[in-house]
Design a protein around this ligand. Structure first.
Ligand code: AMP
Length: 179
């Protein structure tokens, strides 16, 4: 499936979860086998020669893309989760939202020094979430090969934020001129 055909499978819902947000709904994309396969294949082709040890998926839509990608790459899968979900000792990063802040966690023993990790989420908007995820992996001693997304909202400049704050490069399949 071509990139533009995959884009057509992603439903756009205006004013969700609040007025003024154009929500890109991946449920209609992953329900379509050909579109889902095209998104995973795109990511696989980006990283198949990069000696990736782990794919770290960001809860919860990052799990949908990260887990199949990990299997295809022959890599393990790591869950980056919201507070109070992971059972063992964790490390965390807090980041700013438009109003307030959010925190993400990863098991303290998930990564060892030098592991090569791809961070995955469904969509890159402002980059706050993915920047925090990259910092978590780096704090644990891992190398972040890239932060990767099926969807990027380019006007929000999330890729610039990630690279500026962490030095990590960004890979995305479908660019949307939406903010
Ligand atoms: P950000 O930290 O601003 O890059 O936001 C990224 C997270 O918020 C991702 O986990 C996305 O799933 C979600 N998100 C932000 N904006 C949208 C949007 N317009 N449509 C769908 N999901 C979004």
């Amino acid at each position: 499936m071509l990139v533009d055909e995959v884009k057509e499978t992603i439903r756009q819902v205006p004013d969700f979860p609040k007025k003024g947000i154009q929500f890109l709904d991946i449920t209609t994309g992953v329900k379509n086998y050909d579109a889902f396969k095209a998104m995973i294949d795109f990511l696989y082709n980006e990283f198949k020669d990069k000696n990736v040890n782990y794919v770290a998926g960001i809860e919860s839509r990052g799990f949908v893309f990260g887990a199949p990608l990990a299997l295809m790459l022959g890599a393990g899968f790591i869950m980056i989760r919201k507070p109070h979900k992971l059972p063992a000792e964790t490390i965390s990063e807090t980041y700013d939202l438009e109003y307030g802040s959010d925190t993400i966690h990863m098991h303290a023993d998930a990564i060892k020094e030098g592991d090569n990790v791809v961070v995955v989420d469904d969509l890159l908007a402002t980059g706050g979430t993915a920047t925090a995820a990259c910092k978590l992996v780096q704090k644990a001693g891992g190398n972040v090969e890239a932060a990767a997304f099926p969807i990027e909202l380019t006007p929000l400049k999330g890729a610039d934020k990630i690279t500026k704050e962490t030095g990590v490069r960004v890979v995305s399949m479908m660019k949307y001129d939406l903010d």
